[in-house]
Each structure stands twice: as structure tokens, then as C-alpha cells.
Write a protein that binds this ligand. Structure first.
Ligand SMILES: Cc1cc2nc3c(=O)[nH]c(=O)nc-3n(C[C@H](O)[C@H](O)[C@H](O)COP(=O)(O)OP(=O)(O)OC[C@H]3O[C@@H](n4cnc5c(N)ncnc54)[C@H](O)[C@@H]3O)c2cc1C
Length: 463
């Protein structure tokens, strides 16, 4: 039996009763059947129910709502995708890249608006975003990012801060420059995802928990599409596969996503005296330019959340609860907190956790619906799902109801990523990239020179 409150600080402090809802009690029919009660599944259900209250919508969840990445993340609700505008432009054209970026800004605001409409107290706070160069090696990446935003017409939303300007906002050891914008927000992901489940139910959505989906079947010869579970089938005109990283466990999708762990440490509430030294009054979401990824947020109750990658990929892409904790990575993250904020040398860490991200082979998110098979899905957000799941929910609602809209014309719609390699090649490639990216960061920090962008690992990561 999993202790759901121990999964993350967010579920522990969601204020919601985490006791599982009743499981599926035999086969049933629906209009829309959704695998997964994370933000993708629940936003999709909520927007669909709002649009057409007569729809019979069933969400099938193996554990409890918010058990996956949605209840564990770094609280960043940011207008960022894991795919750059330049790459989107190369693949889909400049206009498509621009529309995609605009949609991510809109998604951040829509999370705040929709939470207010649905009566969800998700702690949405739009304090902006800071990407920090901790040493000269980080500066070119900031300048390049600003250049990219300018090229696509979003430059006025971003500003380079020098060390003094940054220090007036937040004091970070070694920070020499930052790229600032007002666009990012911070949320309480536990209250958001658990609140969404309640809001969906108020709108007529049925959520069954403790019910694993073991397979699915497309619509055929006029028959419904089906989610298969040991407790019965859910037959529906449309099924939505919203299990993100966990979809890799289903044989039919096994090679579509690699599960990669992101891990988090959380401090105790920091004293007012220490906050006065650190600053960070606006509660911006903060990251550095390291390739290995680090992300920080300041919680409503005055703690520092520090997240990062680094836990090793496991051969064959298994997902097990014990992978949510990886002592060497968690210790490294605690060291980073003390390094960024030396005044926190004695701070206590009260929580550590982690969870799997779904990594597509081409790093390209997908929001898809095939009316012929009745199968819809949205996945591959990597570390940027908090706002993108909302975008996915609205887009899937349009696709499923046959509503043409600017969302259904976005370049992520009906994208199909290539499969990952079979093992052992997948393991060799991912582990190599993880190792090499760590080395590049170490070398950049030691020399003060940025990575060249030409190494094999960077080319894999930028792919
Ligand atoms: C540690 C961590 C930090 C992150 N930080 C950020 C951040 O700060 N900002 C950001 O934007 N993004 C972040 N992300 C990514 C973001 O959280 C995810 O992209 C997003 O929550 C994905 O939502 P989802 O609903 O698609 O998937 P999930 O939240 O993973 O939900 C999938 C659900 O499906 C259920 N499920 C899976 N398989 C089955 C099955 N076979 N049968 C029944 N149910 C099933 C799972 O139990 C789960 O509840 C982070 C992720 C992690 C893990």
C-alpha cells in the first residue's frame, strides 16, 4: 500500500482527503474515457464537461488523482516548452513557432483564470521568471535566448539584468547576470491537481481510482474504443491516453517515451531574517543556465524548493516507486541550495521526492486525436507540463468535439515522435547523454567558458 501523503510535500499539504475514490466496479460505457488523473486528464475532462455537460466522462486512475508528476513537480507554471522556437520554426515554419510560443503565454494566464472559475485555490502567483548565469559561462546562453525571443517578436517581454539589478531582487552566490520576464507563475501543484479532480466531479465527471489500465483498443467496425482494466472495460467513443511518462509501461507505447526522473529537495520554512538576506520577495521562478537543469521556487510558506535531474536512466525503462528517491542526487541538490544561498548553510531539509518525466525521442510534445481510432493523447512535456497540460486539455477538448480553433492548428497537434531505440542502445545513448551533460557543466563551471554547443551530448539534448 502506497502512503500517498508521503509521495510529495504537495500531496501532503493539498488539504484534500487523499483516501482513494471507489475503483471501477465492472465494465461501463462512456462518451470519453480518460487514462490518468493528472493535470492532462483532469483539465481535458473539465474543459469537455464545461463545454457539453451531457457528455459521460470517466477518468480511470491507477493510484489517486495527482499521484504522478502533476502532484510532485517544481511548481513552475511557465511559458516554456522543451523545444526551442528555432527548432519549431525549422520543423513547422516561423509563424507556427510564434503561435506556439504565444499559446504558452496564454496557457499560464489561463491556469490562473480557470482556477478562479473552477473555485480552485491553487496559490497561483505570477511573480515572473529569472534565468540566472552563475559565472561567465552562463552569459552567452542568456544573450542567445534574448536574441531568439526578439527574432520571434517577443523580445519586449524579456530583459537582461546585470548582477546589481539581480541582487536587488534575489541574492544568489556567483550570479553575474539574469534574463528576467514577468511571464512565469508559481502554483501549489497539489492543491491545483486535487482541486481539479473535485471541480471535474462537480461538473459531472466520474473518477475511478485504484484501477490500472492494462491495455487499450482502438475503435473498430463502428464499435467503441476501450480502456482495458482488471476490473472491467471502459468503452467509449473516445479514449484519452493521459498517463505521460507512465505510458511507457503499456506495450503499445513502450518506445514512445523514456521515463527520466526529476528530483526535488525542500527546506524548512526559512526565517524572516534569512529571507531579508536573500530577497526573492516577488517569488519568481528561478533556474540557472546549466545544461543538467536546475529549477527553484519559493513556496507560499517560505520554503525553498530546489529541483534537478541526474538520477540515472534504468535499463528497459521500468518505473518503480523506489526510483523516486536517489540519495546521491538528493544530496547534490541540498549542496546546491547551500551553494546558491550561503546563508542557508545550516538550513534543514524536511522533504525530498521525485518522479518520472516522459521524454520523447525527438523532445517534441504531442497533442493528438485520431477520429478513425477514437484515440487521443497528450504527452512529452518533459519538464514543462504545468502550463502545457492546460493547453493540452483545451486543445483536446476542441479536437474531440470537432471544433476547429487556433489551438487545433498548433504545431504540436497530431505530431508523432519516432520510437526510441531498442535496448541496449537506448540505455547506452541515454546514459551517455546524462553523463556527458554533467561533465560539460562541470567543465564550464571550472573554466568559466560555455559549452560549445557542438558536442555529441548537446546535439542529442538539443535534438
Ligand atoms: C519532479 C518533477 C518536477 C517537475 N517540475 C515541473 C515544473 O516545475 N514545471 C512544469 O511545468 N513541469 C514540471 N514537471 C513536469 C510536469 O509535472 C508534468 O509534465 C505534468 O504534470 C504531466 O501531467 P500529466 O497529467 O500528463 O501526467 P501525470 O501527472 O504523470 O499523470 C499521469 C497519471 O496517470 C496515471 N496512470 C499512469 N498509467 C496508468 C495506467 N496504466 N492506468 C491508470 N492510471 C495510470 C498515473 O498514476 C498518474 O496519476 C515536473 C515533473 C516532475 C516529475
Amino acid at each position: 500500500m502506497i502512503d500517498h501523503a508521503a509521495v510529495s510535500f504537495w500531496l501532503e499539504t493539498s488539504g484534500d482527503d487523499l483516501a482513494p475514490r471507489p475503483a471501477l466496479d465492472g465494465s461501463t460505457d462512456a462518451d470519453v474515457a480518460i487514462l490518468g488523473a493528472g493535470m492532462t486528464g483532469l483539465w481535458t475532462a473539465w474543459y469537455l464537461a464545461r463545454r457539453d455537460p451531457s457528455l459521460r466522462i470517466v477518468v480511470v486512475e491507477r493510484e489517486i488523482a495527482g499521484f504522478g508528476a502533476s502532484g510532485r513537480n517544481g511548481a513552475w507554471c511557465a511559458p516554456d516548452l522543451n523545444i526551442s522556437m528555432s527548432r519549431l520554426a525549422r520543423l513547422h515554419g516561423e509563424d507556427a513557432a510564434r503561435r506556439m510560443q504565444q499559446a504558452t503565454y496564454d496557457a499560464v494566464d489561463e491556469v490562473g483564470r480557470a482556477c478562479a472559475e473552477a473555485g480552485i485555490d491553487a496559490g497561483f502567483h505570477k511573480g515572473g521568471e529569472l534565468i540566472v548565469a552563475r559565472g561567465p559561462q552562463g552569459e552567452p546562453a542568456l544573450v542567445d535566448s534574448l536574441g531568439e525571443y526578439r527574432r520571434f517578436g517577443f523580445g519586449e517581454r524579456y530583459r537582461l539584468l546585470d548582477a546589481g539589478e539581480l541582487a536587488r531582487r534575489v541574492r544568489i552566490r556567483g550570479a553575474v547576470r539574469a534574463l528576467a520576464s514577468d511571464e512565469g507563475a508559481v502554483v501549489h501543484p497539489g492543491r491545483l491537481v486535487r482541486g481539479l479532480a473535485r471541480a471535474g466531479e462537480r461538473a459531472g465527471v466520474r473518477i475511478v481510482e485504484g484501477t490500472p489500465v492494462t491495455g487499450f483498443r482502438p475503435r473498430d467496425a463502428g464499435g467503441p474504443a476501450t480502456l482495458v482494466t482488471p476490473r472491467g472495460d471502459v468503452r467509449a467513443a473516445v479514449i484519452v491516453l493521459a498517463g505521460e511518462a507512465y505510458l511507457a509501461e503499456l506495450p503499445a507505447l513502450h518506445r514512445q517515451l523514456v521515463p527520466l526522473w526529476s528530483l526535488i529537495v525542500l527546506t524548512e520554512p526559512v526565517s524572516d531574517a534569512l529571507w531579508a538576506e536573500i530577497g526573492w520577495e516577488r517569488r519568481e521562478i528561478v533556474a540557472s543556465t546549466r545544461l543538467s537543469v536546475d529549477y527553484l521556487s519559493r513556496t507560499e510558506d517560505g520554503r525553498i524548493l530546489f529541483g534537478g535531474r541526474g538520477a540515472p536512466y534504468r535499463f528497459g525503462s521500468p518505473i518503480r516507486p523506489e526510483y523516486d528517491r536517489h540519495a546521491p542526487t538528493h544530496e547534490r541538490l541540498k549542496g546546491f541550495v547551500r551553494d546558491w544561498f550561503p546563508s542557508l548553510a545550516d538550513v534543514r531539509f524536511t522533504h525530498e521526492w521525485g518522479g518520472p518525466l516522459g521524454m520523447p525521442r525527438d523532445w517534441h510534445p504531442t497533442i493528438a486525436f485520431d477520429p478513425a481510432t477514437g484515440i487521443a493523447t497528450a504527452r512529452g512535456y518533459i519538464g514543462h507540463g504545468v502550463s502545457t497540460t492546460n493547453l493540452a486539455g483545451r486543445t483536446l477538448a476542441d479536437l474531440i468535439t470537432g471544433t476547429r480553433s487556433p489551438l487545433t492548428e498548433l504545431p504540436v497537434v497530431n505530431h508523432r515522435s519516432p520510437d526510441w531505440e531498442i535496448e541496449p542502445f537506448r540505455w547506452i545513448g541515454v546514459r551517455y547523454a546524462q553523463w556527458a551533460i554533467g561533465r560539460l557543466d562541470e567543465r564550464a563551471a571550472a573554466t568559466g567558458r560555455p559549452p560549445t554547443g557542438r558536442s555529441l551530448a548537446e546535439r542529442i539534448a538539443a535534438h
